[in-house]
Design a protein around this ligand. Structure first.
Ligand SMILES: O=C(O)C(=O)/C=C/C=C/O
Length: 492
C-alpha cells in the first residue's frame, strides 16, 4: 500500500539541530493513515534539545548567516528550491506516507509549492523596496528619511499536518529570506517532509543553526517548550483556532509578535446565473480536495433557490463518483490524517443526523473488504436541512463534508455567508460581473475567489479575520512580519 520510495522505510526520522541530525531519548510512531500501519519511528525532541536549537539559532545570527548579503541569502533559497525539485519523488512519497493524500494533490500542489515558496520569497526579498522621503519642514529644516529592515531574530514555526511541506515552507522561506533563523516544530502527524527539507538545507550549505527541526507534540511537549522559550523572538502558527489562542497566551508573557493562520467555516455562494458546470466542478474541489482537510475548504454552500435542487443532485452525483482508496492506485480521495481525526469527523456526521439534517450522500465510512478497512477513510458527505444555528453549520469539521441551503436574494446570501465566527475564505459563482464585485466586497473574509477556488498568487495578502487568524502572509505581508524596520532621519 505504501510506495517503496518512502525515504524513511529503513531509518528513523531524526531532529535537526545546529547542523546535525540528532535523536533524543524517546521515539513515537509515524502511522500511515491509508493502512493504519507504522511507517517509521520518530525521535521526539526533549526540552533540552529545544533549548539547544534556540541557542544554536541565536549563535547563527551572529555567524556567517547574519553577515550574509541579501543577494547571497536569496541565492541560498533558490538552491533549497532546486534541492526540493531534485528530490521531488522522495518528497511526494514522504508526504503521501504521512497523510494519505492523493498522488494528484501531492504532485500538483503540495510538493511544487514547497519549491515555489522558496523561489517566490527569494525574488520578492531581492526586489523589496523600503520607503524613503525627502522632508521639508515649514520651519525650514529638511531631512532625508529612509527605512532599513533587520531580521526579527529566532522565529518559532509551528506547522500543521494538512499541507505539511506547503505550509511549513510558506513560513520558512520568507523568514530565512529576511535573515532570520528558524526552529520548526511540524505536526507529530507529518514529520517526514520536514526532515527531508532539513536534508536539503544541509546539502545546500545552509549554515548550522539557521534551520532547526524538533519533532514532538503540542501542549506540555515540544511545541509548548518552543513557544514558551524566552529566547525566541516571534511565533508563527497555522492550525486550529483554539491552539492559536493557547499560543497567544504564552506569547503574551514576552510580548512576542505572532502570525496566525487558523480555522475556517468557509462559504460558497452559488447564484442562479452561474456557469453551472463550472460551479459544480469548482465546488467538488473546494469541498473534497485533500479529503476536506484544507483551511480554505468550503463547508457551507448557499445556492439561489431556482437551482438549489439541481445543484444538490449534481454535487451528490459528483461526490459519489469520487474514487476513494490508496493514493498509489490513483484514487481521487485518500483517508483523513488519522483515526483520531476520523473519530472527530464521524462525530459530526452523527451530530448532523441528531440535529435533523438530511444526509443526501455519505455520512459513514466506505467498506473496502481488505487492508484499506484499517485506514482512516470516511465517505464524502453532503447535508441539507439545517439552520444557521446548527453546530454542523457553525463549527469547523475539517473533513469531506458540506451543508447546502437555499437563498432567495443577494442580501440574504451575503448575510448567511457572513453569519460565522470565522472569516477566512469565500467562493462566489456568478456570471454577473457587477454582482461578483459587489458581493465579494461585502464578504467578511480575508480571501474571496470568484468563479475559482485555490488559485494562488503568492504576492497577495493571505489570511483571515475573526477566529480565522491574525495578520496576513504572502508577498510584502510576509516580509513585513519577518522583519523589523528602522526609520533613519538624516538632517540635510
Ligand atoms: O496556499 C497557501 O499559501 C496557503 O497558505 C494555504 C493554506 C491552506 C491551509 O489549510
Amino acid at each position: 500500500m505504501t510506495d517503496a520510495a518512502y525515504p524513511f522505510a529503513q531509518r528513523d526520522i531524526l531532529n535537526y539541530v545546529d547542523g546535525a541530525f540528532v535523536a533524543g531519548e524517546a521515539f513515537f510512531d509515524n502511522v500511515n493513515p491509508v493502512t493504519g500501519t507504522v511507517a517509521a519511528r520518530v525521535s521526539q525532541a526533549d526540552r533540552a534539545m529545544v533549548d539547544w536549537a534556540v541557542a544554536a539559532g541565536r549563535r547563527a545570527l551572529k555567524g556567517p548567516w547574519g553577515k550574509m548579503s541579501q543577494a547571497e541569502r536569496c541565492k541560498v533559497l533558490v538552491r533549497v528550491a532546486e534541492g526540493i525539485e531534485a528530490r521531488f519523488d522522495d518528497f511526494a512519497a514522504a508526504e503521501i506516507a504521512d497523510t494519505g493524500k492523493s498522488l494528484h494533490q501531492a504532485r500538483t500542489i503540495d510538493i511544487p509549492r514547497g519549491a515555489a515558496n522558496f523561489r517566490a520569497f527569494a525574488s520578492l526579498a531581492e526586489a523589496r523596496a523600503m520607503p524613503s522621503f525627502r522632508t521639508e519642514l515649514a520651519d525650514g529644516r529638511s531631512a532625508i528619511n529612509y527605512a532599513v529592515a533587520r531580521p526579527l531574530g529566532v522565529v518559532a514555526i509551528i506547522s500543521p499536518w494538512n499541507l505539511p511541506l506547503l505550509l511549513m515552507t510558506w513560513k520558512v522561506a520568507p523568514a530565512l529570506a529576511c535573515g532570520n533563523v528558524v526552529v520548526v516544530k511540524p505536526s507529530e502527524e507529518t514529520p517526514s517532509t520536514a526532515t527531508l527539507l532539513a536534508e536539503v538545507m544541509d546539502a545546500a550549505g545552509v549554515p548550522p543553526g539557521v534551520f532547526n527541526l524538533v519533532h514532538g507534540f503540542g501542549a506540555d511537549s515540544t511545541g509548548e517548550w518552543l513557544t514558551a522559550n524566552p529566547d525566541i523572538d516571534a511565533i508563527t502558527f497555522t492550525g486550529e483556532s483554539a491552539t492559536g489562542g493557547a499560543i497567544m497566551r504564552v506569547a503574551a508573557a514576552g510580548v512576542k509578535p505572532v502570525s496566525f493562520e487558523l480555522g475556517g467555516k468557509n462559504a460558497a455562494l452559488v447564484f442562479a446565473d452561474c456557469d453551472f458546470e463550472e460551479a459544480i466542478a469548482g465546488t467538488v474541489r473546494s469541498v473534497f480536495s485533500n479529503c476536506g482537510q484544507v483551511c480554505l475548504c468550503t463547508e457551507r454552500i448557499y445556492v439561489e433557490r431556482p437551482i438549489f435542487e439541481r445543484f444538490v443532485k449534481a454535487l451528490a452525483e459528483r461526490a459519489e463518483a469520487l474514487t476513494i482508496g490508496d493514493p498509489w492506485s490513483g484514487a481521487d480521495m485518500g483517508p483523513l490524517i488519522s483515526h483520531g481525526h476520523r473519530d472527530k469527523v464521524l462525530s459530526y456526521y452523527a451530530l448532523a443526523k441528531e440535529e435533523g439534517a438530511t444526509v443526501v450522500t455519505g455520512g459513514g465510512v466506505p467498506s473496502f473488504g481488505g487492508p484499506l478497512d484499517q485506514g482512516a477513510f470516511v465517505q464524502p458527505t453532503i447535508l441539507t436541512g439545517l439552520g444557521q444555528d446548527a453546530r454542523c453549520v457553525r463549527e469547523e469539521v475539517f473533513g469531506p463534508v458540506c451543508h447546502i441551503a437555499p437563498f432567495d436574494s443577494e442580501d440574504e446570501a451575503i448575510e448567511l455567508a457572513n453569519d460565522s465566527d470565522y472569516g477566512l475564505a469565500a467562493a462566489i459563482w456568478t456570471r454577473d460581473v457587477g454582482r461578483a464585485h459587489r458581493v465579494a466586497g461585502q464578504m467578511e473574509t480575508g480571501i474571496v475567489w470568484v468563479n475559482e477556488w485555490f488559485l494562488r498568487d503568492l504576492r497577495t495578502p493571505f489570511g483571515g479575520m475573526k477566529l480565522s487568524g491574525i495578520g496576513r502572509e504572502g508577498g510584502e505581508h510576509s516580509l513585513s512580519f519577518y522583519s523589523e524596520p528602522t526609520n533613519i532621519c538624516v538632517k540635510l
